[in-house]
Ligand binder design. Structure first.
Ligand code: TYM
Length: 330
């Protein structure tokens, strides 16, 4: 089976954008591929974290993967820090990644503008660790939202650079971006993307938001001063975002959803989208409670995942060390 690798940073709260852009597609692809899904806790360290909160959030995110439909029997669920080879390969790849390449990363530019007091070197080399995550499992496909495209291109470039400099070692991974919902926008500011760590919680729907909160957030969602419901990202970003969320969750083309709302009002659109989101997330929330109630079971899943992942990761890393000229440890 071809290999899938993807991951989510345990920062803020797992959000609807993460579900639509990434998790939903992981669930749909998991039986056709050999999948490794990471909670990228080391990446989360690039912004300041409260240790006790981070610890809980890592477990909570893993539980939410399962609650949203990742089958721990079929897929490998791993906390990134449980597999030390990621950081080790990142060091090697970092020696083959140019400052200029990393300086061009738009996510670094955005994040360093937002966290001016903490522009650390980890934030800068973040895409190198991401490349290591992907390449260490020889992933063929990486299902992500549109915002990760640039990082994935870097991972491909670094893989090819290594292969050319030494010899064929890494698979060059392809990106998988969903047709609908690759970029879900913030509910209050629909020209910027929905982010799980947005300081304004009205901007995102958390996977664990209660139905009341979800309905209230959609009721307040920013639209525009017209009344017509149509898909027009340029002129009607708020309405288009609501149509996109509906289309992604009901597996329809956006045009079909827009046609369904023709002649209806914004109030109808908001309440129906809220219904669709509640209907999607409510079963996840029930399942989440069950998964979290069995903490030993969850820890066992992660222990098993880590063990499998370490063996696979070491296979690639030992090959890399050998090819670049390091002496194997006796
Ligand atoms: P992160 O944690 O920011 O986001 C996790 C996933 O959710 C997608 N996503 C979105 N999709 C649609 N609309 C949105 N508004 C939205 N916001 C986020 C992201 O594209 C991503 O797929 N660098 C990665 C984590 C990572 C990773 C990896 C991903 C680390 N190593 C290896 C893939 C493979 C990140 O910060 O994602």
């Amino acid at each position: 089976k071809p290999v899938i690798l993807s991951g989510i940073q345990p920062s803020g709260q797992l959000a609807l954008g993460n579900y639509v852009g990434a998790l939903k597609n992981w669930v749909e692809l998991q039986h056709q591929y050999d999948c490794v899904f990471l909670v990228v806790d080391l990446h989360a360290l690039t912004v300041k974290q409260v240790p006790a909160e981070l610890r809980n959030r890592c477990l909570s995110f893993a539980a939410q993967y399962i609650a949203c439909g990742i089958d721990p029997e079929a897929s490998t669920i791993v906390l990134q820090s449980h597999v030390p080879q990621h950081a080790e390969l990142a060091w090697v790849l970092g020696t083959m990644t140019y400052m200029g390449e990393l300086s061009r990363m738009t996510q670094f530019k955005d994040k360093s503008a937002r966290h001016e007091d903490n522009i650390n070197s980890g934030l800068f080399t973040y895409p190198v660790l991401m490349a290591a995550d992907i390449l260490i499992y020889q992933a063929n496909l990486v299902p992500v939202g549109a915002d990760q495209k640039q990082h994935l291109e870097l991972a491909r470039d670094v893989a090819q650079r290594f292969n050319q400099r030494y010899s064929e070692t890494f698979v060059t991974p392809d990106i998988f971006v969903p047709k609908v919902g690759a970029r879900i926008m913030a509910l209050q500011e629909p020209t910027k993307k929905m982010s799980k760590s947005d300081p304004n919680p009205d901007n995102y729907i958390a996977v664990l938001d209660t139905p009341d909160v979800i309905r209230r957030k959609f009721k307040r969602a920013v639209t525009d001063s017209e009344t017509e419901i149509r898909y027009d990202v340029e002129n009607k970003p708020g309405v288009s975002n609501l149509l996109t969320i509906h289309a992604a969750l009901t597996n329809q083309p956006v045009e079909a959803v827009a046609a369904h709302f023709a002649g209806k009002g914004y109030g109808d659109l908001k309440s129906e989208v809220a219904d669709v989101v509640v209907a999607t997330l409510e079963p996840f929330q029930k399942r989440y409670q069950e998964v979290m109630a069995d903490k030993a079971g969850l820890e066992q899943i992660l222990a098993r995942g880590a063990e499998k992942a370490r063996a696979r990761a070491w296979k690639t890393l030992s090959k890399v060390y050998k090819k670049i000229g390091l002496v194997p440890a006796a």
